[in-house]
Design a protein around this ligand. Structure first.
Ligand code: ATP
Ligand code: MG
Ligand code: MG
Length: 296
């Protein structure tokens, strides 16, 4: 069964909790008040614990409050960022130009399965996308397919993409297909629409983003970890206290340390081996080269 985002769950009486992305069923109400539970993934637990110890990022990441076991399943318990908002609007923006670990490319090189189904899916989205070689083979690897899907979004060009938006007055939830939203102007329109064209609200978000940038540049955690596939969660209130707005970093399932002695600045061009996570214009090209080496 396909479950469409956003998922709305009723937490406590009259408290709808909204999930914009990820799998249905991976979140539930926390054991302690003001918390939520997310299915445990070890990298995320380690990253969240370390981020909580980083004084520069205090208030910019959800507070971690241990691991809870419910019906034999382990969950990370963390601060519910929606808790203090009245009828919130929220937006999840996935950051970074590279959404794969370097190890995933190595894995793809040695254990590539050629998939006809993914070739067909790719053709259905864009018949001109496969290379001559791929057309001959009528199959592609999963990583090629994932990189292709990413090239359909703004991830590759802008270094971020909208994963989901829920505007409080829009009961249908996310109304646009963000999976193929690439155009900068359309994205800007969506962000304006999300913030109701409200200058005060936008100014609050911008000042919080500027503050986050300063903190990130000082953070010891950030120079030792690659943040892959994580997001910024923007939230504002639409109830009695309007213009209450905030944003946080979330989703550290693929945030892992770089090898010892390596430091990253999150600005340099990514080349395999330097672990940078931002500039990756050459990512798809390198991956295709790897794959054609295999076919020879
Ligand atoms: P994916 O890796 O596919 O992006 P995921 O399963 O790792 O998904 P997250 O991205 O961490 O899940 O979260 C999914 C959604 O849940 C977010 O977009 C946001 O709406 C909500 N969410 C996550 N963490 C919190 C939090 N601490 N407080 C409130 N809402 C949250
Ligand atoms: Mg996410
Ligand atoms: Mg995730």
């Amino acid at each position: 069964m396909i479950m469409w985002s956003p998922f709305v769950q009723i937490y406590r009486k009259k408290y709808p909790w909204i999930q914009l992305a990820g799998h249905h069923g991976s979140f539930r109400q926390g054991v302690e008040a003001g918390t939520i539970l997310k299915k445990l993934a070890m990298p995320e637990r380690i990253a969240l614990e370390k981020l909580n110890e980083d004084p520069f990022l205090e208030g910019f990441v959800p507070k971690f409050s241990g691991v809870q076991t419910i019906n034999g399943e382990e969950y990370i318990q963390m601060q519910d960022l929606l808790r203090d908002f009245d009828n919130p609007s929220l937006m999840d923006i996935k950051i970074g130009l590279r959404t794969f670990h370097e190890e995933e490319i190595v894995h793809a090189r040695y254990k590539t399965k050629w998939r006809k189904d993914l070739y067909e899916k790719m053709c259905a989205v864009d018949p001109k996308a496969p290379t001559d070689e791929e057309n001959e083979l009528t199959a592609i690897s999963k990583y090629r397919y994932m990189a292709f899907r990413e090239s359909q979004t703004s991830t590759v060009d802008l270094g971020f993409r909208i994963e989901g938006i829920k505007v409080s007055h829009n009961t249908e939830g996310v109304s646009k297909d963000f999976k193929t939203m690439k155009d900068k102007d359309k994205i800007i329109d969506c962000i304006f629409e999300f913030s109701r064209f409200d200058q005060t609200l936008l100014a609050t978000y911008i000042s919080r983003l500027k503050e986050l940038l300063i903190r990130l540049q000082q953070s010891p955690f950030i120079e030792k970890n690659q943040l892959i596939g994580s997001s910024l969660l923007f939230v504002h209130s639409n109830g009695a206290i309007t213009n209450k707005a905030n944003l946080w970093m979330i989703d550290f399932g693929k945030t892992i340390p770089v090898p010892p002695r390596i430091k990253i600045n999150h600005k340099s061009e990514w080349k395999p081996g330097n672990y940078e996570d931002v500039k990756q214009s050459s990512f798809t090209r390198i991956q295709q080269q790897e794959e054609s080496k295999l076919k020879k």
